[in-house]
Design a protein around this ligand. Sequence first.
Ligand code: DP6
Length: 390
Amino acid sequence: MNVVTCIAPVNIAVIKYWGKRDEDLILPINDSLSATLHTDHLCAKTTVMTSADFKEDRIWLNGSEESIDNKRLQNCLKEIRKRAKLGSDVGSWKVHICSENNFPTAAGLASSAAGYACLVAALAGLYNVEGDISAAARSGSGSACRSVFGGFVRWYSGSKPDGSDSIAKQIAAPEHWPEMRILVLVVNDASKKVSSAIGMKRSVATSELLKYRAEHSVPRRVEEMTKAILDRDFTKFAELTMKDSNQFHATCLDTFPPCVYMNDTSHAIVELIHAYNAAAGETKAAYTFDAGPNATLYLLEKDVPEVISILNHYFPTISLGDIGVEYLKGIPVQPAAVSEDLLRRINAERQSPGKLKYIIHTCVGDGPKILHEAADHLLDRSGLPLRRKA
Ligand code: DP6
């Protein structure tokens, strides 16, 4: 078969990767740890095809042709091609790549991790590559190496200069903690953010806090987090998740000039979650933020209906007609009635309508998957995209 289609998941770190020790090889200054989100609700899909008729390597992203001369893309292609187990003729053919996300890129959700993991998994299928593909995904985007596995995943920073020990490994399968749920809160925001690649370069050059974090905080936290996951200790998991997100954003502010990723809505979410946990008398939910204003909440299945109601109360939506999209996406949930007494105890500030665009309710899921139906391919028989942007 000279065509392979694959889907791959998004992952959200609970111990963050921030800072590279080698820019070219994409080697991090610290270990990181994430959960892989279910591909039913958020995923990248990629078809790769090779043929003697193709004149050059080409790529289409979300319907538009992009330049193939992208260093990160070339790194992935090179990594996989050098391990190809194909006849020398087929191995030298050009490749066409077509990739899409099943969520709006405009939402500002980290799509590069899913995208590069998907590309590498599809190419590995096409070129019969066996063994670890996390290092190849890493050469496209650091966090992508964690999306090649399902469940809970640790990216070992490694210490070798060639990066051969900088790989990801699964620490627990998705079924290990079946009650774990994730709410992705997509925040309305128009401001332009510094990309993670540029932000982390600037942090490595200027932030003293980042050095402290990589040397002292993260090594201890990854061990504690691994134990919390293996013990299914939600209270500890949540505390570490929130503290690590806060420390990561503190290093961004300690960067010079500072990188500001969270906005007022993000900070209001942080306040609400602390107020809710305090009012409930136990840790019910944890927030974490990547290089943007969107919040990801980790919580247990039993608390989802109440948390959705609380979010609806403090972050009311503008009417569905106005936003034109379904407000609550993903796993269906019936919001629970919240008592006046709980709302009084939470006592947070109610926001004006429309601060949140929508919410995606999902769970922990598997790693990349090859799709075997011909109808799944994004390229037609001649190697051109079936759907193209007008
Ligand atoms: C804040 O993986 O996007 O999401 O390696 O330069 O492609 P590059 O960076 P990227 O950085 C992600 C940073 C983060 C934290 C995390 O996912 O661990």
